[in-house]
Design a binder for this molecule. Structure first.
Ligand code: HEM
Ligand code: HEM
Length: 217
């Protein structure tokens, strides 16, 4: 359960231990795999795409709950969004001298919130595109089509929205889904660049705690 320790997010401290608990690590790598898999490897709307999308949704919900209930380093209060502190941090980074933070640095924190916001948009528009179908329903639909049973796919009209409205909503959702997915990739590229640059400036391996949990140097 949550550790009683409290952290002051915006105050650089002298090289505190980097700690990434198992939930943060699981959600980080799970979301990274789902995003990269869906944006680059598989076909949009395929069973594997929807399955990875639902996995990303479950991991995101878990991480957001953990931001309230998790240990001090994982809580939102350890990395509040602070654009002024982020700019200050980037100026320090440009000079090659950055402070140490117990959780994400202020620039990294903004990036994290941008990730989660873009991912939420991608997931919501994905759910609109699939009518909220679970991976099991998508698998059943695909099996029905493969066996020639189209009747299983005929949806009842709700009598309120016209076909035009539905097509318009679908089209918008499709566009927003793709744009937000591309934004996620752009953020991911910036993020990896940021991790490398921060690690060099701090002379510290930031990836090790994300893989292994804890590193005290
Ligand atoms: C995990 C993050 C996700 C990423 C990065 C992502 C990315 C993409 C991209 C780049 C496309 C367009 C390329 C293509 O057609 O192959 C696409 C299409 C699609 N995605 Fe996602 N997606 C994600 C999550 C989801 C979720 C959660 C769902 C549904 C539950 C979903 C359902 C769809 C559907 C149905 C299409 C096809 C749209 C069309 O008819 O053209 N996606 N996705
Ligand atoms: C699409 C791919 C990726 C996404 C969406 C992503 C997203 C994120 C997010 C949301 C966080 C905050 C973690 C949390 O507090 O829960 C984070 C942190 C981190 N990520 Fe990624 N990440 C991706 C790829 C990578 C890769 C490839 C690396 C390895 C180079 C990496 C290394 C890290 C590290 C080291 C941190 C902690 C940074 C710090 O010390 O403040 N990430 N990432």
């Amino acid at each position: 359960m949550a550790s009683p320790r409290t952290l002051t997010a915006a105050t650089p401290s002298i090289a505190p231990p980097s700690i990434r608990d198992p939930v943060v690590r699981l959600t980080h790598w799970g979301i990274a795999i789902a995003v990269l898999g869906n944006a680059i490897v598989n076909e949009g709307g395929s069973l594997i795409h929807v399955t990875l999308g639902w996995l990303a949704m479950a991991l995101l919900v878990l991480r957001l709950v953990w931001g309230v209930l998790g240990p001090a380093e994982a809580r939102f209060s350890a990395f509040p969004p602070n654009p002024a502190a982020a700019l200050r941090h980037l100026r320090q980074l440009a000079r090659g001298r950055v402070g140490h933070y117990p959780s994400h640095n202020p620039a990294g924190a903004l990036m994290v919130y941008a990730f989660w916001a873009a991912l939420t948009v991608v997931i919501v528009t994905g759910l609109i595109l699939t009518g909220g179908a679970t991976p099991m329903q998508v698998a059943a639909d695909k099996a029905a089509v493969a066996s020639g049973d189209w009747s299983a796919l005929i949806k009842e009209s709700d009598g309120e929205s016209s076909d035009d409205e539905e097509t318009g909503l679908r089209h918008t959702a499709e566009e927003v889904h793709e744009v937000a997915a591309n934004l996620l990739l752009l953020l991911a590229a910036l993020h990896v660049f940021g991790v490398v640059a921060e690690g060099r400036a701090m002379r510290r391996n930031l990836v090790a705690p994300m893989l292994l949990g804890e590193r005290r140097k």
